[in-house]
Design a protein around this ligand. Sequence first.
Ligand SMILES: [Zn+2]
Length: 242
Amino acid sequence: MLLDKNTSIHLSCQQFDCDSFETSETETRLKFISRQKTGDVVCPYCLGSHVHVHGSCDAELKDAPVWTGTRQILDVRLHRYHCLDCGKTFMEETCLKYPGTRITPRAANWIRELLRWHMPISAVHEITGIHWETIRNIHLGMMEEALDWRRKELQDKGYRPEYLAVDEFAVHKGHSYATCVMDLVQGDVLWVGEGRSKECFNKFFEEFDLAYLSRRKGNRNGHERLIQHPCGASPSTCGDCL
Ligand SMILES: [Zn+2]
């Protein structure tokens, strides 16, 4: 016969065991203690194995909620180690923490899914209660991943932009401007630079890998004269710059 008093729930993740569990109407808090043995630790600096415990620190990590309207927090106690081979100290690695943040990987996935549907950062912050700077950094990481994926896809196809357009747009509510160069065929933005002056646009020729382009054509607007920059020739006759 199953008795309530004989039933226990044990939570663990790799070397971490859940030591206590507190819950209220608004918050659930789980405390995790590391059971890692010193003999299993390797110094990340010199790869030496002669380390000893040099203290500990507590990390408060925001997690995705399990219950509606109740935020979930993990309190994780981590070891600090001292390496006897190189003399450096370092913190214990944990899979419970999303790199560079104070949230769990599960909370990061929650944010990524909300952002994937083009939800504004302010709305994601309101839903999750997680600091907007953390959400912004995750968003930047997602955009970098998407751009790398796109770059590799075009590279694998051997694609090289042929028709370019240059345009400017206002940023900071019209207090400043930026210039962008686009591939008219695929619609990709190839380069973005601060300002809209000729000097600002000159940076395109310094920063962008021109060998990536197959040839250039202006879009017959005021920027066409800027594309003449590197050698002074018109866009249709210039062949030395590429
Ligand atoms: Zn070391």
